[in-house]
Write a protein that binds this ligand. Structure first.
Ligand code: NAD
Length: 498
């Protein structure tokens, strides 16, 4: 049981006010299938209202000096730190990930608050030389206006901070639509924004379904940028709708991430890295390792140690001590994973561990799936190409380093990759040749730090990055400013010889 009090019905947070919904949907703890609260299913009307207050609030907020905006973000970070344990428990309750991981996710948000608050005294532009005498040239970052933030259920607080904090520090206001599966983090963050002194209307939370609230945000003429994280399928829809309006859109989408284990790798360390990145968050991370590309010389040794280590993965409610793997988010997630197990078998992959729903005894009341290992997988198989989003790993044997790189790069996604090797030449070749946005050496596919850019290539996105200083590019426009103090008209490219 959890020792925190949760409101029976959540409310939208618009212009600093809390408002009831007209319709609601149950929010379910995936570890127990118990209803923990209800989330409003809002409509276009609430989106219009939120955009209107955001538009008004943004004008004042943008005039506030950035170091003053930063003071509020520092306070947001301090409050998150103070409430870290409370937030983490709620996060486990709504999402299922084990408490230790939930604490890590909240910490990521705290780090982001302090990092972006620091940007309040930077937000660097450039000064440069003008080509004419007595003329000054510079480029500055300008806020875009009202931003639309759409977030998934698998990292309900970290991803929201990667988007809302750079948006806030840069002088924007926003409307945030969290996933309906995990609304508690947004509800808590809205309280924290108020407590930290963020002016009313600068960040608003509108709960509701993607097709209704998300679409209303995408179509809204007064939202200038959509920052979206979610599946590639939804991302394509978001991108095409934004494209029709020439609306700026930042997409962070799916992944099919691989760990490469070379013939000189530390096998025990590789196994640890694979376990953490494949089965943490029950494989429901965008950076989850779902392929292990292994040199044939060490394939048997790795497989044996991996299977043995998988025996020790304790599965259960993430709030309980000693649990390593929590539940799957919901029934739809379970069905998708089950479908891919059937596909893997039909394709001829060898199922060596797991591959089934856990429903007996204490598992009866939750959504649990056995950690699964397929071996003798061919890189072209669907289980090696498509995002499964569950605790399922495919072992793909290869004969050389070059083949490993080729197999890694053969998928349509490009988020994260990793290589285990002791050969420094291979390390540098791999970081050059792996075509993902993130590369790890002698670590699993997960573990991003917030001051580096986060995002992927190919089908994982559209070239933008969350977190890092690069996140500011999503929420600012570059403005070029020329100041001519010659007292006469000087024409660029023409009067340069005077
Ligand atoms: P999803 O695409 O189903 O939903 C994401 C968000 O979009 C939710 O808030 C949802 O309500 C909303 N949405 C749904 N339909 C919409 C529509 N028509 N218009 C506007 N918004 C809509 O994804 P999910 O199942 O919540 O999340 C899992 C996916 O997210 C996985 O594919 C995972 O790889 C990806 N992900 C990517 C990253 C990354 O940074 N690359 C990080 C986390 C998750």
């Amino acid at each position: 049981m959890v020792d925190v009090k949760i409101k029976e019905k959540l409310q939208n947070f618009i212009g600093g006010n809390w408002s009831d919904g007209k319709k609601y949907r149950d929010v379910v703890n995936p570890a127990t299938k118990e209803v923990i609260t209800q989330v409003p299913l809002s409509t276009q009307a609430e989106v219009d209202q939120a955009v209107e207050v955001a538009k008004r609030a943004q004008k004042e907020w943008a005039l506030e000096p950035a170091p003053q905006r930063a003071e509020i973000l520092y306070e947001v970070g301090r409050l998150m730190k103070e409430k870290k344990d409370h937030l983490a428990r709620l996060l486990t309750l709504e999402n299922g990930k084990v408490l230790e991981e939930a604490r890590g996710e909240v910490q990521e948000g705290i780090d982001m608050a302090f990092y972006m608050a620091g940007e309040g005294r930077r937000l660097f532009g450039q000064t440069t030389n003008a080509e004419l005498k007595n003329k000054f040239a510079m480029s500055v970052r300008a806020p875009v206006g009202v931003v639309g933030i759409i977030t998934p259920w698998n990292f309900p607080i970290a991803i929201a901070t990667w988007k809302s904090f750079p948006a806030i520090i840069a002088g924007n206001a926003g409307v945030w639509k969290p996933a309906t599966e995990t609304p508690l983090m947004a509800h808590e963050m809205a309280h924290i924004f108020t407590e930290a002194g963020l002016p009313d209307g600068v960040m608003n939370v509108v709960f509701g379904a993607g097709a209704e609230v998300g679409d209303a945000m995408i179509q809204h003429p007064n939202i200038q940028v959509i920052s979206f994280t979610g599946s590639t399928e939804t991302g394509k829809h978001v991108a095409s709708e934004c494209g029709k309006q020439l609306k700026k859109v930042s997409l962070e989408l799916g992944g099919k991430n691989a760990v490469i284990v070379m013939d000189d790798a530390d096998i025990d360390l590789s196994v640890e890295g694979i376990l953490w990145s494949a089965f943490g968050t029950s494989g429901q991370r965008c950076t989850a390792c779902s392929r292990v590309i292994v040199h044939e010389a060490v394939k048997e040794a790795l497989e044996e140690k991996l299977v043995t280590a998988m025996q020790d993965l304790t599965i259960g409610n993430g709030l309980d001590d000693g649990i390593k793997v929590g539940p799957i988010i919901n029934e739809a997630g379970m069905e998708k994973i089950t479908k891919y197990i059937d596909i893997g078998k039909e394709e001829g992959a060898k199922l060596v561990k797991g591959g089934h729903v856990l429903s007996e005894g204490s598992f009866e009341t939750g959504y649990y799936f056995a950690p699964t290992l397929f071996t003798d997988v061919n890189g072209d198989m669907r289980i090696a190409q498509e995002e499964i989003f569950g605790p399922v790993v495919s072992l793909i044997p290869v004969a050389s380093f070059e083949e490993a790189i080729e197999v890694n790069n053969s998928v349509t996604y490009g988020l994260s990759s990793s290589i285990f090797t002791k050969d420094v030449n291979r390390v540098f070749q791999a970081q050059r040749d792996l075509d993902t946005g993130i590369v790890y050496v002698n670590a699993g596919t997960t573990g991003a730090e917030i001051h580096l850019p986060f995002g992927g290539t190919k089908g994982t996105g559209n070239g933008h990055r969350d977190s890092g200083v690069q996140a500011l590019d999503v929420f600012t426009e570059w403005k070029a400013v020329y100041v001519d103090y010659s007292g006469k008209l000087q024409r660029a490219q023409i009067d340069t010889e005077n």
